[in-house]
Design a protein around this ligand. Structure first.
Ligand code: ATP
Length: 230
């Protein structure tokens, strides 16, 4: 469902991602794990078609990243979601459903379902007056309005309290059980290891370990696992 080959991204002379290759199967939950500056956001934004790679290729749902048709099958949750603070959750989601040309009746149903499932009780509250956790849930709901096959979540739980973190992890698992292909990034394996089928661990732009968590523990004597699991 996702195929990344020899991805390289330079910002000016600085190499943010170097020679990254991996693939994600349909229905898989795939983690891109690493510390600050590892190249996770750069990788995910490339997949979402938001930045052009300097070299290498990224294919999502059989189309090159950035292809307009690919965008329709994709839901992207950026690390910092720009939300329109003056809108309510409901009007904000309607606005995005419209951008994606989701027909009105389908949009209403989908938005109501997403708000219910994400437990967003205050759907008529201005986004500007919502807690950080609620805002993150609104951003996740937005990533679902076009009913995408592939979800790209950039650090979906970063900076959230443990309760909301668990909620988002459980919700991600539910989406996976429904057949969505999910790739997400995280600083460490703590919490997210329960939902990952496979991961790549990145450091300073390069993939330093890959596989299932068992494979990583076995192949690396627990070193990388230990570092990123804590
Ligand atoms: P974090 O967990 O802090 O978000 P990350 O793993 O997502 O980190 P990236 O955001 O992909 O890492 O950044 C990788 C490297 O590229 C970092 O050193 C970052 O400073 C640099 N970088 C990212 N975007 C740019 C840019 N637009 N211009 C210059 N350098 C950039």
């Amino acid at each position: 469902m996702i195929e990344v080959q020899n991805l390289r991204k330079e910002y000016g002379g600085f190499v943010a991602v170097e020679g990254s290759s991996f693939s994600v199967d349909r229905g898989e939950v795939f983690g891109v794990i690493g510390p600050n500056g590892a190249g996770k956001t750069t990788t995910l934004k490339t997949l979402a078609g938001l930045i052009e790679p300097t070299a290498g290729t990224a294919v999502v749902a059989d189309r090159p990243a950035g292809h307009p048709e690919m965008q329709r099958t994709l839901g992207f949750l950026p690390e910092e979601s720009p939300l329109y603070e003056e809108m309510t959750a409901h009007s904000y989601l309607e606005f995005f459903a419209d951008l994606y040309d989701v027909p009105g009746d389908v949009a209403s149903e989908r938005i109501a379902e997403a708000l219910d499932r994400l437990d967003l009780e205050h759907r008529d509250r201005r986004i500007g007056n919502m807690s950080k956790g609620m805002k993150r849930k609104v951003a996740i709901a937005r990533a679902l309005v076009n009913d995408p096959e592939v979800l790209i979540f950039d650090e979906p739980a970063s900076g959230l309290d443990p309760l909301t973190t668990n909620y988002i992890i459980d919700f991600t698992r539910e989406l996976s059980d429904e057949g969505k292909t999910i790739i997400f990034s995280a600083h460490n394996l703590f919490h997210v290891e329960s939902i990952c089928d496979r991961v790549v661990i990145m450091n300073e732009g390069e993939i330093v370990a890959r596989g299932t968590l068992e494979e990583i523990r076995d192949a690396h004597g627990g070193t990388e696992y230990h570092v990123y699991a804590t």
